[in-house]
Ligand binder design. Structure first.
Ligand SMILES: [Zn+2]
Length: 696
């Protein structure tokens, strides 16, 4: 999937295993309602966007505003045993899942009339939840795939096999990732992207770091891979040897992959080339066979995002015995199929990727995994049901109005910037005017009519739905862009900005209490959802987004002097956040988080401007002992309340471009004089800074 900038990282991808770096003793299971006794719900519960019980008024706002606004929330909301972390977003997401569960239980009833889409999502869920059926089949559903891998006799036949595996799984775990995306140079066109991939642990750093923690983690990963081979029927000795082969191949790929910080520079991943050039780069890989099997024989141009990776891959193919390649492919086949096989496979996957890496004590109950699958596989069919129940025209109008107000605030802000020249301002305003606001749900729903869903064929359903989605993505190659498409489903509790589409996207799922609360007044809503809208908007102008123009092309529209000013201003934020500790001795990698940190700050400044404009002339009154200004800031902070397991914090420090919630609050308000004024903070207070960082 393309690089998009979202507000919070709370969802675990279904396909790409999550990762972490530490192993500790199993933490105590906190006393919360066990997931096993949860029930489906028929409406989303209400919680206010400013929650007094979430505050800790014994804390000094000028010393630790995060604790002041969120201390109560943290105390009252222990991390559930099946979660790596817990937050306001995660809690809303969990309620959202329970609500979707209710919808799917209802639509699983075959005795009532169902539309074609209702049949598909209801029966997908019903097939998934039938654990006994999956147990009876054991690993049999995977047998045809393993047989095809076993039939590989020489490396010349690899491209055809690999293309088939890519089509069936839609993941980048098999040596590399192949997908469609907008041409960086001409955003109106979709072209093929050949990307780096091939890893089990999704970040390359886990393979390259040499500290004792990293070495221990690789040992544990290797044991996990070996145990998975045993589940496939290998002897323990053979499984150990096979795991070593997998780790060796993945390490070679990781060493030749770009880091996450390097990938923030789009120029580093833009290398358009024709088929001949690609052939020269990888003489040991027959692209014609690969592309023909994908049904893309006519492709002439590709973006090979990391040529160095492909050169290394080619070398690897030249020297690696076919038997070793087969071992590697078998591992990834089992790894991606684990959620759809017997519980033993999923439990093994959980043990390493969730328990060891993230410190999660307990597996998610099956219903959660099944709801999540329907969300991923048939997301817009489920989305139609969600929208019909939760997102009326009034809510759409209100949130669209707020979005336009914040865009207006950004216009005023840009016009008034002392450090930016008129030439760059004109370009910035043109880009701002071109941003498309997508609110709630797409104008056109995805057509799932060709996906057959059978309530007695869980594995087959997953395979058909994945293949449908992979083919749908690949079919875009060589065609003009569809600008109406969304990258998130309507029920998603998140939002994003897409620099190539130049649009901001707010799914109906994120425009719900406590994030957007129609029952409360403007102050907390502008602080919370207003701040998020501003956050997404400023992504269009952050270190990465600013490199794309109004049409979404990778094109420099800044004068050199303005670019220098911009970089100096963001460096102030980079230096500030680099001082913050995530866990133990691990600091924020602020060159990775700079886009998000700058978007948080810019976003809240814009939201504050928009709130002031919206309430101009109104006699705002204090409430619950808080002034309107204070309520704006508490409303902001309370979206970020969270608790994290230490293991998970270590993962985030490596992979998450967002800073921990504590610093998304304290690190931000220290740069807003409006905050210090609102709480009458003395100049000596820790959250008052003489030289504030400010970009927008
Ligand atoms: Zn963001």
């Amino acid at each position: 999937m393309r690089q998009i900038f979202f507000v919070a990282l709370i969802l675990l991808s279904l396909y790409r295993s999550d990762l972490a770096v530490s192993q500790t003793a199993r933490p105590n299971v906190p006393a919360v309602t066990p997931a096993s006794v949860q029930r489906p719900i028929d409406r989303l519960p209400y919680a206010p966007s400013l929650d007094l019980s979430a505050m800790d008024r014994s804390a000094n706002a000028c010393v630790d505003f995060y604790r002041y606004a969120c201390g109560g929330w943290v105390a009252h909301n222990p991390i559930p045993s099946d979660q790596a972390s817990w937050s306001v977003y995660a809690k809303l997401y969990a309620q959202n899942q329970q609500f979707l569960w209710g919808i799917l239980e209802q639509l699983g009833d075959t005795t009532v009339h169902r539309t074609a889409n209702q049949q598909k999502i209801g029966d997908y869920y019903a097939a998934c939840i039938d654990e006994n059926a999956a147990e009876r089949l054991n690993a049999a559903p995977l047998a045809p795939t393993l047989a095809r891998i076993e039939a590989l006799h020489n490396v010349d036949d690899l491209p055809g096999l690999l293309a088939q595996l890519h089509l069936e799984t839609g993941v980048g775990g098999f040596l590399f990732q192949f997908e469609s995306d907008q041409d960086f140079a001409d955003s109106s066109q979709v072209i093929a992207f050949a990307k780096a991939g091939g890893l089990g642990m999704p970040d390359r750093d886990y393979y390259t770091e040499q500290d004792s923690r990293a070495v221990e983690l690789r040992r544990l990963y290797s044991e996990h891979v070996a145990r998975t081979f045993v589940l496939l029927g290998d002897s323990p000795d053979a499984a150990q040897a096979h795991a070593a082969t997998v780790l060796s191949l993945e390490t070679a790929l990781a060493k030749n992959s770009l880091t996450r910080v390097e990938l923030r520079d789009p120029h580093k991943s833009f290398h358009k080339m024709d088929r001949a050039a690609l052939g020269e780069l990888t003489p040991h890989f027959d692209w014609t066979r690969y592309l023909t099997t994908l049904g893309l024989a006519d492709i002439t141009i590709l973006n090979v995002t990391e040529p160095k990776f492909y050169a290394a891959l080619d070398q690897l193919l030249a020297v690696t015995p076919v038997a070793d390649l087969k071992v590697y492919l078998r591992w990834h086949a089992a790894h991606v199929a684990a959620p759809y096989l017997t519980h033993a496979f999923e439990a093994e996957r959980f043990e390493f990727f969730d328990h060891t890496l993230r410190g999660v004590p307990a597996e998610k109950p099956r219903w959660k995994r099944c709801v999540r699958q329907v969300d991923v596989m048939l997301g817009e069919a489920l989305g139609q049901e969600f929208v019909a129940r939760t997102f009326g025209p009034q809510l759409k109008d209100e949130t669209l109005k707020m979005t336009r107000q914040i865009e207006h605030a950004m216009r005023e802000d840009i016009e008034g910037l002392a450090w930016m020249s008129d030439a760059t301002k004109r370009q910035a305003l043109a880009k701002l005017d071109a941003i498309v606001n997508k609110i709630g749900y797409p104008d056109h729903w995805r057509d799932y009519s060709s996906v057959r869903i059978d309530r007695r064929d869980y594995y087959g359903n997953a395979q058909r739905a994945i293949e449908f989605e992979t083919k749908r993505e690949l079919a875009k190659i060589g065609k003009p862009l569809d600008r109406s498409e969304w990258q998130m489903t309507p029920q998603t509790v998140n939002a994003y900005f897409d620099p190539q589409m130049n649009d901001i996207n707010f799914p109906a799922g994120v425009l719900q209490p406590p994030l957007y609360d129609p029952k409360l007044d403007a102050a907390p809503n502008y602080g919370d959802t207003g701040g998020t809208i501003g956050h997404e908007l400023t992504h269009g102008f952050d270190d990465e987004g600013r490199q794309f123009d109004a049409a979404g092309n990778l094109k420099d529209w800044w004068t050199d002097a303005d670019a220098k000013q911009f970089n100096e201003r963001t460096q102030c934020i980079v230096d500030q956040y680099a001082k913050y500790v995530v866990v133990d001795d691990v600091h924020i990698n602020s060159r990775l988080t700079i886009g998000e940190d700058a978007a948080d700050l810019g976003g809240l400044i814009l939201a504050h401007m928009a709130w002031r404009a919206q309430t101009a002339g109104e006699a705002l009154q204090p409430k619950d002992g808080l002034t309107p200004e204070q309520r704006f800031f508490v409303g902001y902070a309370q979206w970020a309340c969270e608790s994290d397991r230490p293991e998970n914090l270590r993962v985030h420090a490596k992979t998450d471009p967002h800073s921990p919630g504590r610093y998304r609050v304290n690190g931000l308000v220290v740069n807003m004089r409006e905050f210090a004024e609102a709480f009458s903070c003395p100049v000596t207070a820790p959250l008052v800074k003489k030289d504030v960082c400010r970009v927008w």
